[in-house]
Design a protein. Structure first.
Length: 146
């Protein structure tokens, strides 16, 4: 968000600056990983349903992102593998709008999005397109490995 866009939305410049400084390390790490496999080791700290009811997490999940075709800003396609350590992996294509995401993939009737909210915190939105659609947002604490 630019300073002008922030002014239109009544953001505080201090919040904008703090957000930029906090995410700069994460984005730098992602940019340095250009063309290389990136691995996010994550702990799920909380699950929330579409109504905002939350429960504690505790599970681990590992995301492996192998770049396939990217532009200079990191937008493009990846091969994604993810799953709980030692329990098999899901492998499928994923797209991103930049090195920092959001990262999006689909599997059968499920649509997933992984969003960075800080250098080590992510949101994982899972939408199941069943006759009665259901959504879950999981809060993740992650470490980037390269």
């Amino acid at each position: 968000m630019t300073m002008f866009a922030c002014a239109r939305h009544r953001c505080r410049p201090v919040v904008l600056l703090a957000s930029c400084l906090c995410l700069s390390g994460f984005f730098a790490g992602l940019a340095q990983a250009e063309g290389r496999l990136r691995i996010l080791d994550c702990q799920i700290t909380r699950h929330c349903d579409g109504a905002g009811q939350c429960t504690a997490g505790g599970e681990s999940v590992v995301f492996q992102m192998a770049p396939q075709h990217l532009d200079e800003g990191g937008a493009g396609s990846y091969q994604l593998s993810y799953g709980a350590p030692g329990q098999g992996e899901v492998k499928l294509p994923m797209t991103a709008t930049s090195y920092a995401g959001p990262f999006m993939w689909s599997m059968a009737e499920e649509r997933d999005t992984l969003l960075a909210s800080s250098e080590s915190l992510f949101l994982w939105h899972q939408l199941r397109l069943t006759p009665t659609p259901q959504a879950t947002v999981s809060f993740l604490s992650c470490t980037l490995r390269q």
